[in-house]
Design a protein around this ligand. Structure first.
Ligand SMILES: CC(C)(COP(=O)(O)OP(=O)(O)OC[C@H]1O[C@@H](n2cnc3c(N)ncnc32)[C@H](O)[C@@H]1OP(=O)(O)O)[C@@H](O)C(=O)NCCC(=O)NCCS
Length: 333
């Protein structure tokens, strides 16, 4: 499997954590760091940050030599000239991972709020639970800053979105984002955004403790071959396999953009534990799709989350699509 793992380090104080792929591949790649310019000052929706949060903070540090380092405190984003875009080769998909617990700095959250379109801010305000509001805010900031990485002349606040008939958010403008495709997933503790150029993508993240009562849920939602494979495993191995199926199934229906209108029992994943980079799918022809059209990957993020990605393959693809995973702090790096 070709999950390639990278993290940024941007704050003065850091903790180090290694990302754990579910495969045996431990390739790492240093991500080029860039800062996304902060949006225009606008305090209409922003909470007033405490005085200490407004104090000037140290500029971001360059990526460290060690790998997979994450910040534990957030510096204020430093306004910078619009940087050039990150490369996103045709044969890659980039998975950006934001840890919600690292994103609590009031000044940073105020900067995120400033990126939102009015309808996004209104949707955010409708969440009663502060944790859900926080998750929604970070999700919006993540997708806006990630997209701007690949369209350097588009500031994060400029993106406009629409939704397809099944609710999948898609880019409505500016035109510079035309070929970019993205998908989002959020769960307790983590928000992820998968992006590619000119191919459909889907992503799902779930916390590993969601695997309780997994056989009951599998009986209800999974395809018969998946249920049989799950039940054939020793009980101790079932929760992990359950989450793998679950996230893969979600990644597929999200890549199709059709949500739960695709019957979950009409497609089945076939896993070979000896070859984690070989994830096959069998699809009922009635769903109007072909298994060769998709490439799937799974990733165990730390010990806490499972992530699955679905990336569309094209007939001219000669090699697997590289899926590169990176941690990020929106607006910081
Ligand atoms: C809505 C759905 C697409 C994803 O729901 P989810 O797993 O609860 O949530 P996730 O965090 O993974 O994804 C939510 C994001 O997907 C995106 N999304 C919404 N509708 C989508 C669609 N039709 N296609 C692709 N992506 C969609 C949105 O960006 C959304 O986040 P946002 O509202 O903050 O923008 C749909 O799959 C669903 O309702 N699933 C319910 C869970 C379930 O029963 N799963 C069974 C798996 S076996």
């Amino acid at each position: 499997m070709r999950f390639e793992l990278t993290a940024f380090s941007l704050a003065r104080r850091r903790s180090t954590t290694e990302l754990r792929p579910q495969s045996d591949n431990n390739d790492t790649e240093r991500a080029p760091m860039r800062q996304v310019p902060s949006a225009r000052p606008d305090t209409r929706r922003s909470p007033t940050p405490p005085a200490d949060a407004r104090a000037p903070l140290a500029p971001a540090l360059p990526p460290p030599a060690c790998r997979c380092t994450i910040p534990t405190s957030m510096p204020m984003p430093t306004p910078m000239p619009v940087p050039s875009a990150n490369p996103l080769p045709d044969d890659e998909a980039h998975l950006w991972i934001a840890r919600l617990d690292d994103l609590r700095d009031p000044a940073l959250l105020a900067a995120y709020a400033d990126l939102l379109a009015d309808d996004e801010a209104e949707a955010c305000a409708r969440y009663r639970l502060p944790e859900r509001r926080h998750e929604h805010l970070v999700t919006r900031a993540l997708v806006r800053t990630v997209l701007s990485r690949y369209a350097g002349d588009v500031p994060p606040r400029a993106w406009r979105f629409t939704a397809n008939a099944y609710g999948r958010p898609e880019i409505a403008g500016p035109a510079a984002g035309g070929a970019l495709r993205f998908n989002l997933s959020n769960t307790r503790g983590l928000v992820v955004c998968l992006v590619a150029r000119g191919r459909e993508v889907g992503v799902d993240v779930e916390a590993v403790d969601r695997a309780a009562r997994c056989l009951d849920v599998a009986d209800h939602y999974f395809a018969p071959p998946e249920v049989a494979a799950l039940r054939a495993l020793p009980p101790a191995a079932q929760p992990e396999r359950f989450l793998t199926y679950w996230t893969l199934k979600e990644s597929y229906i999200k890549a199709r953009g059709m949500g739960l209108s695709l019957p979950l029992e009409r497609f089945a994943f076939v896993l070979d534990p000896a070859r984690p980079d070989s994830i096959a799918i069998e699809i009922d022809p009635a769903l109007g799709d072909h298994p060769d059209r998709w490439q799937f990957r799974t990733l165990r993020y730390r010990h806490s989350h499972t992530i699955a990605t679905a990336v569309e393959r094209r007939s001219d693809d000669r090699a697997p699509i590289r899926v590169v995973a990176r941690e990020t702090v929106p607006l910081v790096g």
